[in-house]
Design a protein around this ligand. Structure first.
Ligand SMILES: [Zn+2]
Length: 202
């Protein structure tokens, strides 16, 4: 018996996810969502929800008729949309800046949600590097969303530095099940250099 999704006939998880991407998952507003097999399925599914603007943010809940506050639970200043929560919120931006320092990046902020979700395609470099940099973004999204829920339901308070540390912790915890934990410092520097080049081409 051979695996028809690989030319070699050998089963690989990557080929299965590629098949799901191309045949099952519908197109998203930012193009076909590509499963990132460096992070767990729950993290990919959350990102998929972000792509479709399906997160139960306060603005989305209001739009479907569920009475709710619309203010962002992290800053209490602006309405909580996906775009605001993940790219525009002052608190989230501080978390991302700290993550960037860890990855030796220049202090660049994503201009839009689409730009964040397409980060895999924005910077030059190898496919492996692209997947790694996207994995960082996906873990950041996971940490922000989890904290946002804890903030609403348990009134949890954390600093942006604590959350940035949680991004690192999740990175290494997930690495126990994959390759993330094996990514050494020089690769993080390469990621930073990659984004540095992005400054030149923009
Ligand atoms: Zn906010």
């Amino acid at each position: 018996m051979t695996w028809s999704l690989e030319p070699s006939g050998t089963y690989t998880v990557a080929s299965l996810w590629r098949f799901i991407d191309e045949t099952i998952l519908p197109k998203t507003p930012v193009g076909a969502w590509q499963w990132n097999n460096l992070v767990p399925g729950k993290v990919n599914i959350l990102a998929w929800c972000v792509c479709y603007r399906r997160l139960p943010t306060r603005v989305n809940l209001k739009n479907i008729g569920i009475r709710s506050l619309t203010s962002c639970p992290l800053c209490n200043i602006v309405e909580e949309s996906e775009s605001h929560l993940l790219t525009k919120c002052q608190f989230s931006q501080e978390v991302w800046r700290s993550v960037q320092k860890w990855w030796y990046m220049l202090p660049l902020l994503f201009g839009s949600l689409n730009e964040m979700l397409q980060c895999r395609n924005l910077a030059p470099g190898s496919d492996n590097l692209h997947q790694i940099q996207e994995a960082v973004v996906l873990i950041y999204i996971w940490v922000i969303w989890k904290f946002r829920n804890d903030r609403i339901h348990s009134n949890t308070i954390k600093s942006f530095k604590t959350l940035a540390n949680e991004v690192q912790v999740h990175w290494f915890l997930m690495g126990e099940f994959g390759i993330l934990g094996d990514v050494p410092n020089y690769s993080r520097r390469a990621f930073g250099v990659s984004l540095f080049h992005r400054v030149d081409i923009c």
